[in-house]
Design a protein around this ligand. Structure first.
Ligand code: HEC
Length: 217
């Protein structure tokens, strides 16, 4: 009998504890700062901000780090100007070529094909039409035009400006130029050989100068 009373008492206690919890209301907050931050919440609404919105647009004319403004207009004239005057500012190295290939295979090969002949998987399945080969004589693409169409897109090809950084786009340009050269049966451009040779040629000359001056002293 005594045991039963004890058991009932314990059960009653548990029920009373559990029943006090109301899941629909916030419970006690022992350290409120942990729940409600002192700083402004991202996208929070506060009177102090214009439009009462914490998230504001960047000041006009601001340029994000690692991004450069692109001066060519999204128009036929801008395209032509980029095609004629814009050149790849990065060196044609093996490293850039490999990175360019990696990015090209991700973003471009589905339409343009791994070889750049315009026969990607989407073209083979007839999901998209009119994808040109990079050696299309009528288009005569250049570094500048490749960059330009990646930046703005062209007709049914979208822009890749938000997926890629400026540097990455130039790496893709190098790779597209390589594919184009291969389609035309030419040797793709590579800057490394020449540059390395130059450096090794110059260095000993500088050292010699140093030696001679120390000897004189
Ligand atoms: C959804 C399919 C698709 C993808 C993905 C795609 N392209 Fe294109 N691309 C096209 C089509 C279609 C055209 C022809 C557009 C036109 O002129 O009508 C084209 C044209 C081009 C041209 C020739 C433009 C000119 O000057 O006439 C280049 C260069 C090019 N693409 C590069 C790229 C690169 C680099 C990528 C990857 C970053 C890419 N494309 C991704 C469909 C695609």
């Amino acid at each position: 009998m005594k045991n039963i009373i004890k058991i009932l008492a314990v059960v009653a206690m548990i029920i009373s504890f559990v029943s006090c919890q109301n899941k629909r209301k916030p419970n006690y907050q022992y350290m409120p700062n942990m729940y409600e931050s002192v700083g402004y919440e991202a996208y929070g609404e506060y009177e102090i901000f214009p439009g009462q919105q914490e998230a504001m647009l960047p000041a006009e004319g601001s340029v994000a780090r690692g991004w450069l403004p692109y001066d060519f207009e999204n128009s036929p004239a801008g395209y032509q100007l980029a095609k004629d005057t814009l050149v790849n500012p990065i060196k044609y190295t093996k490293e850039n070529e490999e990175k360019g290939k990696e990015l090209y295979d991700i973003y471009c090969a589905v339409c343009h094909g791994a070889k750049g002949d315009g026969k990607g998987i989407l073209v083979q399945r007839e999901k998209i039409l009119g994808v040109p080969s990079y050696d299309d004589v009528g288009r005569a693409i250049t570094e500048g035009s490749i960059y330009h169409v990646m930046y703005y897109g062209i007709n049914s090809m979208g822009s890749y400006a938000s997926q890629t950084s400026e540097h990455e786009r130039w790496q893709i340009v190098q790779y597209v130029q390589k594919l184009k050269a291969e389609l035309e049966g030419k040797t793709p451009r590579l800057d490394v050989g020449g540059v390395v040779e130059k450096v090794t040629e110059e260095e000993p000359a500088v050292e010699e100068e140093h030696n001679s001056t120390t000897e004189v002293h």
